[in-house]
Design a protein around this ligand. Structure first.
Ligand SMILES: Cc1cc2nc3c(=O)[nH]c(=O)nc-3n(C[C@H](O)[C@H](O)[C@H](O)COP(=O)(O)OP(=O)(O)OC[C@H]3O[C@@H](n4cnc5c(N)ncnc54)[C@H](O)[C@@H]3O)c2cc1C
Length: 442
């Protein structure tokens, strides 16, 4: 027998968090099932660090649910993932694994914030913490001993992976960054916002190739086998016939939305790529009580991506409440903070000492504070702004008279990410009781 809820929120990232938070704040009488699906939280923005060095993983993970679960009285967490979301019956069956194995939940409205499949970069739905640690350790070990590594996808994540590889594993291995356009940053600028700024593309290419000794290779691979990471030696055949040997191969692009658990008698639930077919309200065109965040056919363009996801989540939460109350839904207008920007604020080529960060476009006040307009930089940047809060802070904008980039900003960024646990991420630094001390990484 199903347990009834008003709204079900499915997902374990910042999208699901902000959707549940919005309902918890706006309507305390609405009963919410938060189908989180894991017993741990892991910070995706730090993935390039811990995949290249598993010793970093625990610093960005919390395996104690009590530490990150919010105390919202109307929200109930479920720590087993959704196996089947039946849009006809409005029921969700959880997997037969984990603390809420096999539970059946019914809803009046559902918000799907299930993210994209990114093998290895993100844990697969339903993974236990021990399984995830084993995966991260295997990745780190394979990368450490690799002589040739191929990172496929030259967007922000691929560029970050190259930089953090050098930071953590040195310069002896050959790194190939595969790009379907032959250029860096094509995906992140092209699909999510505007065309890349040629000057930024050139600068990132120069730093990557000259300083980080990365080969940017023009080519694509259509064989679906290469949608998954391969941690043992193999060979990859590009679509133009050229073969590339590797010791480790990691796709650094999203393979498609996590919508495989959705079932419906209606044909037009998903598009050919698996995205939820939605209208301008981020509402399913076939099931009006179903909303999607980051997995929809309606695109939510702009940077920072996390701010766009947050805005979409808050919108979907309010629309789910409207559906329950029989009110009309509103068209999505991105009122997130900061407002949508055409380009990412920065490009990270690795974190911490040995890494490199390029500030590309900052919102107005931050631009002034970071002296981006006058190339102030350390030591001429205004001390009250940035000399005292986190490690590396004084060098956040680079050095005086130089461009706003360098190793110091990369050191600052790592400290910043560690210090500010935002978007519901809390309690990093503890695997907790699920992983006995002797099983932890060396
Ligand atoms: C290396 C890296 C660096 C990044 N850097 C930045 C940055 O600097 N700035 C920025 O703005 N953004 C950045 N991003 C992007 C940012 O992390 C994502 O935009 C954001 O995490 C998306 O949030 P989400 O909640 O939509 O999806 P996700 O974070 O992917 O969360 C969705 C979760 O739902 C889970 N799920 C899937 N199916 C089910 C199911 N059936 N049941 C239960 N749970 C399920 C998934 O496993 C996943 O854990 C970065 C991403 C990566 C990988």
């Amino acid at each position: 027998m199903a347990t009834s809820f008003d709204v079900a929120v499915v997902g374990a990232g910042l999208g699901a968090f902000h959707a549940a938070e919005e309902i918890a704040k706006k309507s305390k009488s609405t009963k919410v099932a938060f189908i989180f699906g894991y017993t741990f939280q892991e910070f995706p923005l730090a993935a390039a660090m811990y995949l290249n060095n598993p010793d970093e993983h625990e610093k960005w993970t919390c395996g104690i649910p009590e530490k990150w679960q919010q105390r919202w009285p109307n929200v109930q967490y479920f720590l087993s993932s959704a196996e089947r979301i039946d849009c006809d019956k409005k029921e969700i069956r959880l997997v037969n694994k984990g603390p809420d194995a096999g539970a059946l939940i019914s809803y009046k409205a559902v918000i799907l914030a299930t993210g994209s499949k990114s093998p290895l970069i993100s844990p697969s739905p339903g993974m236990s913490l021990s399984e995830r640690i084993a995966e991260v350790q295997a990745c780190g070990k394979a990368l450490r001993s690799a002589k040739t590594v191929i990172f496929n996808g030259s967007g922000l994540v691929g560029v970050e992976m190259c930089g953090d590889f050098r930071v953590q594993n040195g310069y002896s291995a050959r790194i190939i960054l595969l790009s379907r356009s032959g250029k860096v940053l094509d995906t992140d600028f092209g699909e999510k916002s505007q065309s890349p700024n040629p000057a930024v593309v050139q600068r990132v290419t120069d730093i990557l190739t000259r300083k980080f000794k990365v080969e940017v290779k023009h080519g694509s691979v259509s064989d679906p086998k290469f949608s998954d990471a391969i941690l043992s030696p193999g060979s990859l055949k590009l679509d133009d016939g050229e073969s590339l040997d590797f010791d480790v191969y990691i796709p650094c692009f999203p393979v498609g939305p996590n919508t495989g658990s959705l079932v419906s008698s209606k044909r037009d639930l998903l598009d050919a790529k698996g995205a939820l077919l939605t209208n301008e309200s981020l509402q399913s065109t076939s099931h009006p009580e179903v909303f999607g965040v980051g997995i929809t056919s309606t695109k939510v363009p702009g940077h920072p991506v996390s701010a766009r996801i947050t805005a979409a989540s808050q919108h979907c939460a309010l629309q789910a409440l409207a559906v329950i109350e029989g009110k009309p839904v509103q068209v999505f207008k991105d009122k997130g903070a900061p407002p949508p920007m055409a380009h990412p604020m920065n490009v990270k080529i690795g974190h911490g000492p040995g890494g490199y960060l390029i500030w590309t476009s900052l919102p107005g006040p931050a631009k002034v504070c970071c002296c981006q307009c006058c190339q102030g930089g350390f030591p001429c940047c205004p001390p009250p702004c940035c000399w005292c809060c986190v490690a590396g802070c004084s060098g956040v904008c680079g050095t005086c008279g130089g461009p706003a980039e360098g190793e110091a900003p990369a050191i600052f960024m790592k400290s910043l990410l560690q210090k500010f646990q935002i978007h519901g991420y809390k309690g990093f630094g503890e695997y907790g009781g699920e992983v006995p001390k002797q099983d932890k990484m060396t």
